[in-house]
Ligand binder design. Structure first.
Ligand code: NAG
Ligand code: NAG
Length: 442
């Protein structure tokens, strides 16, 4: 008898299957940092028989990332006694305050004070039962200037690249194909897979960061590789050849990886794969390349001048992009976590190591193995930044830029270490042959 009474008592106390629903309008709100905005919250199917103990129930709004966006304190709790007894619905304006770049999900729960527990709305699985608050930067003139100058410099670089394309360099591919083949596999297969795996491993809960790392992994090999190969005593001719095939191959390999493995990350990030933008990007860089080739064919003197400009331009480009990216996104460095530093070091570092091992296992001589390692590890982070900024919506574009910037900063570290080691050991590095000097491309 006693047991039965307890059971009855408990049944009145436990918030048994209250089938209320929550609807946010709009379900997605984009706000610039340090601003606020209102959404409408509709609570429906309220059952007052069960909500009688008004003092014990309240609806509570909560953000899953309080440092990004929160509900105004005065709006965060809706006591049930504010809702008229007869109404089965309640609507009110909820103020959202945006603090920092990123996305926060705001949910509403029915809180039961007696047990201190909360229950979600019956429609919790449906869209609109929670609010997605996207905190973005307000668009400034400097952002347009940045993007415009990146596009301009990339185009110039590819015009020069076309003007400098040396068919005799490609002849090396026919005489000694093994080195370039190893590179082709480590660069177009190894780096994308490595960047994907590292992304999933280091940022398991952040698909946006995975995208940042993946786009860096699929980028072609970078501008500094020829210089580093020379400085550390690698085979420069091979380096130039590999840079050439990598930058050509990227027109095919970047869309390929974006639409296959990349599509998985886009899916996790809840972003549609920007097919048109990726395709447009590749087409956009082929045009300057052909302009460069045409200049080489019909205005050889102009082509010579362009080739001489090539090195300072490509060197300047990457410094410019990285510095500008840091300046315009300075507060992103509030997000500069140890994960980002590790990712920035691991991608080029493991790239060097894996490519060097592969080259060694396939009996490449030390100068070739070094060139293959450097070529694989150094990525064209400018391309990655460009891709991320032109293809991703905000706030993801801003959030992910920090990854290639971190990679660009960390890439020289292992090479600098090797250089200092060589210096201490008194290893004589090969002199830069003057014949190869004018051939360095990108
Ligand atoms: C939310 O807060 C604002 C500002 O204090 C207020 O005007 C509005 O009535 C509140 N909304 C609700 C549902 O309490
Ligand atoms: C590099 O190429 C130049 C000319 O194309 C040639 O003279 C030189 O011997 C080559 N060096 C190596 C290490 O193959």
């Amino acid at each position: 008898m006693m047991k039965l009474m307890w059971l009855l008592l408990l049944m009145t106390l436990i918030p048994a299957s209250l089938a209320w629903q929550a609807h946010f309008t709009p379900a997605q709100l984009q706000l610039p940092m340090k601003t606020s905005g209102d959404v409408e919250l509709l609570l429906s199917d309220l059952n007052h028989d069960q909500l009688q103990q008004t003092d014990r129930y309240s609806f509570r709004l909560q953000s899953n990332s309080e440092h990004l966006a929160t509900v105004l304190a005065a709006n965060a709790t809706i006591p049930v006694d504010q809702i008229p007894d007869t109404a089965s619905e309640w609507t009110g304006r909820i103020r959202i305050e945006a603090h920092f770049l990123g996305e926060a999900v705001i949910t509403v729960q029915l809180h039961y004070a007696l047990f201190g527990n909360s229950s979600p709305p019956a429609n919790a699985a449906q869209k609109g039962s929670s609010l997605l608050a996207q905190v973005v930067r307000s668009q400034r003139v400097i952002d347009h200037v940045f993007l415009g100058s990146v596009i301009l410099l990339m185009s110039l670089l590819y015009i020069n690249f076309g003007a400098a394309l040396n068919v005799s360099v490609l002849r090396g591919l026919i005489t000694r194909p093994i080195g370039p083949s190893i590179f082709l596999i480590t660069q177009t297969l190894g780096m994308p897979l490595l960047s994907y795996a590292l992304g999933v491993f280091i940022f398991p809960n952040s698909p946006a960061m995975q995208l940042g790392l993946f786009f860096t992994g699929i980028a072609p090999s970078g501008g500094a590789s020829n210089t580093w190969t020379a400085v550390l005593g690698g085979n420069i001719n091979l380096s130039v050849l590999m840079t050439t095939i990598s930058n050509f191959g990227a027109f095919g390999s970047m869309p390929f990886w974006t639409f296959t493995l990349g599509a998985l990350i886009f899916d996790r990030a809840g972003i549609k794969v920007p097919y048109d933008k990726i395709a447009g990007y590749c087409a956009g860089l082929i045009i300057p390349l052909f302009i460069g080739l045409a200049i080489q064919r019909w205005w050889p003197r102009l082509a010579q001048i362009l080739v001489r400009l090539l090195k300072p331009i490509s060197g300047g480009l990457i410094i410019f992009i990285v510095v500008f990216a840091i300046i315009t996104n300075f507060y992103i460095f509030e997000l500069f976590s140890w994960q980002i530093a590790v990712a920035g070091l691991a991608l080029p570092g493991l790239g060097y190591g894996i490519a060097w091992l592969a080259a060694k296992l396939l009996h490449q001589n030390p100068a070739d193995a070094l060139a293959i390692a450097i070529e694989t590890g150094i990525q064209n982070t400018g391309t990655a930044i460009f891709l991320l900024r032109t293809t991703l919506p905000q706030p993801q574009a801003d959030l992910t830029t920090v990854v290639p910037v971190a990679v660009a900063i960390m890439t020289p570290m292992p090479l600098l270490g090797i250089y200092l080691y060589q210096r201490c050991r008194g290893v004589k590095t090969a002199e830069i042959p003057p014949a190869a000097e004018h051939q360095r491309i990108v």
